[in-house]
Design a protein around this ligand. Sequence first.
Ligand code: NAD
Length: 353
Amino acid sequence: MEALITLLPGDGIGPEVTSAAHRVLKEVAQRYGHSFEYKVELIGGAAIDVCGDPLPDATVASCQRSDAVLLGAVGGPKWSDPNAAVRPEQGLLKIRSVLGLFANLRPVSVIDDLIPASPLRAELLTGVDMIVVRELTGGIYFGEKTRSETSASDLCTYHTHEVERIVRVAAQLASARRGKLCSVDKANVLETSRLWRDVTDRLIRDEFPELELETLLVDAAAMHLLKRPRDFDVIVTENMFGDILTDEASMLVGSLGMLPSASIGAGSRGLYEPIHGSAPDIAGRDIANPCGSIASAAMLLRYSLGLNDEASAVETAITRAIASGARTADLVAADESSITTSGMTDLIINEIS
Ligand code: NAD
């Protein structure tokens, strides 16, 4: 197949891990006979440095023309003045909104060989395999904000159609997996959560009666994620709860550097990025873990291009490279040896079959 992919390397380790994922995509295209064209564009601090705008028009135009977008990370100390008029994160929020990406998918699958890298006990982790689906464009992060000398407020609003479309995405994923959906809210105190729960209950009853629906309050969900992580298949939740729970869930896997994410909307175009940030403390040293970015490229193949076999081949290659003992510095103790970003990428490419 033919596809146009925009690469947005961004800042810090973004260019290093995006280049690793780009190499993997080129290998997949060659092995499976696809023709992928790439456009590299600016975002974040790198874009501010060149043109004073964290999301230049040329970047937006390229993303809108593309079948999919692969992003590295944005931000860093150089651009972190809280009083600055333009900030790198504005580029990320704007591109998600321009592309209408309302669902953020974060798979959390524990690789057995990495269990020692997690702070949790091994017997809790074997077999953990879930996807957290976070609503991305509504809720308290986007509501009206007010501030006076002595008070402040952030408005949290959800509309029925916003809940319906995200729950549908999660329910479709659950239907294709183990058939279990867990909806997380705070319906004992929040009106938006009571709407969320009503809409979810009705939609699952009417459209997905075969699914097993569990409903948890967010405080209990935070506890159950650590107590019985294996039980979860697909979790769906609103924007802020999802933001917090996905970072908690990432610790099940052992390193931030392992985890991918996909942001998708109504069509097939999506934006794919590792969940970590720009890691300025290790940037430019060829030591970042590229697995999160490479696994994001696998999600791109699956969700935007419909190439399921190719996506699985990349995911299997990551698992095999880890099983062969390959470890970047974030996955070992300080006195243990590790390999570079490019070394890990070479091994993963060798394992693609
Ligand atoms: P971070 O994720 O960049 O780093 C946290 C820690 O994890 C650091 O010690 C870092 O070295 C390590 N780490 C992260 N990714 C790694 C990888 N692939 N391999 C090995 N180690 C890795 O978070 P932070 O330090 O809080 O933020 C740094 C900058 O990134 C900030 O400017 C922040 O705003 C930005 N940020 C961007 C995004 C994004 O672009 N989506 C997300 C989070 C943070």
